[in-house]
Design a protein. Sequence first.
Lengths: 320, 320
Amino acid sequence: MIDKAIEKYAILITKAIDTYLPIDYPEGLYEASRHLVEAGGKRLRPTMFLLAADAAGGKIETLVSAALSIELIHNFTLIHDDIMDNAELRRGKKSVHMIWGTSEAILVGDTLYSKAFQTLGMTQVEASRLITAMNILSRTATSICEGQWMDLEFEDRDDVSEKEYMTMIEKKTGVLYGASASMGATLSGASEEFVRGLDEFGRFTGMGFQIHDDVLDLTSTTSALGKRRGGDLIEGKKTLIMIHAKKHGLKLSAFGKKDATQQELEENLGLLQNGGSIDYARERAEMLVKRGKRALDILPDTQAKTLMLDLADYMIYRKY
Amino acid sequence: MIDKAIEKYAILITKAIDTYLPIDYPEGLYEASRHLVEAGGKRLRPTMFLLAADAAGGKIETLVSAALSIELIHNFTLIHDDIMDNAELRRGKKSVHMIWGTSEAILVGDTLYSKAFQTLGMTQVEASRLITAMNILSRTATSICEGQWMDLEFEDRDDVSEKEYMTMIEKKTGVLYGASASMGATLSGASEEFVRGLDEFGRFTGMGFQIHDDVLDLTSTTSALGKRRGGDLIEGKKTLIMIHAKKHGLKLSAFGKKDATQQELEENLGLLQNGGSIDYARERAEMLVKRGKRALDILPDTQAKTLMLDLADYMIYRKY
């Protein structure tokens, strides 16, 4: 059921890209700007946005531009993050800075950033609702920057706590899911209580999503991930899995070792599995999703609500 | 007179920074974000914004946050531009990426970007006016990216025309001055015709400002500029001066030569002066400012209008 819904909304978003991100002048900038946006991804954030709008009785057709604005913000952050991480692949394609260069990739991210606000601004809804949505979006973008700054700081630290990690992923990933759900609701005229509940739903399931992403980075395949498997490990990222492993004295030879061999990676993965670090992360992700789902208790039972609950599960049971 | 006004508005803006850009968590991000913003600059864009608001009968006190949003956008573009240009100095201080690193400087720019929209969103005015202002700001930010992309493209080209250069500086510099004036007016409830006139005023004087900036880059001093004199020349920037020089067959040995000596720079400057390239740029700047000032004909004669006309002259007669 949820697969069908995701597919349906993804088609709406892909169509909207042509309308709201046309190839303008200078063409090179817009071609580069569409490279990653068109490469797809699952469009889970706009899907959550549109389901929340549906649950709040909003008109989906008039809100596609606003849902796209979330996807554009997401893509801008990926492009800038890939520069910072020297990441070569994203969604199975070369990253923007690998093709066009770093300066150009900075600009492409900046362009998607303002296009997100332009696109949101074109949404045909009551002015006061639109202001609220714009304020959510700008606050969220700041929060993402704060989370990414923490992530960068973690690179030089050996004592990152689980609590700090949780704050980091809340800012870096949670709030954008929170914004997706709460903007969808607020633009549909939902009550404050309703909007708060949806923000909580998005934020906690988004954190679960991020932890599951960390798990997939180790347990999935390079082709399914669209980027190198084990990337976080060899980059020395302080994920929840690594924080758990360190606390339990696991010796991971590939940690922070960019030229680690495939065999080393497999051995490290075995250690993490036997040491319980991966199961621990899985459990935490499940708890967060449970907490997020509970926040939907205030909603009346509708098909949209059922789909949102399914989406929450999908976020941590997906294979890639 | 205009000096006093600039000083007065600069103080308002500097105060507003404490309110709207507080040192939040993570502290490092906010310290880095305030580095350039606090270094000052002349605050000409918010000055133009507040004069336009005054001319339109707006309440200055309620619009300081909106004026600051323009300054934050300006600072974000400087920080990202300095990364792209490998610029070491800005406003007499080390550039953000030189102190904190490139990844961090990307994030600092991104943070100021969203803070600009947050700050604008806090402005206490009628919702429909605020939406219009937000739409101007996002459209303008996109345009700046387009201009900067063109500027990057020019680096690899030998055949940049004067017309292309004009389009580039209109996007990169002109539109933000246009936004300053038109946002100030629109938030004060001015008519569409009034707002259009102010946009034109800002856009053309802003282009004059940019050409004058190119002139100062060659004719001022490193200490007055707060960055290395002749930087554009040795970086091989295709400014109007260089386009004129090329057209008239001047041979500039320091062009694009990063290790050019001081003597070489002086000799090149002499060539540009004798060849008429600098005078040509000065004349073009004057013409643009004249055209911008003419757009204010629709305004009633007020003290604010007189100051705006003075500001336009200041933009191309300032010494640094």
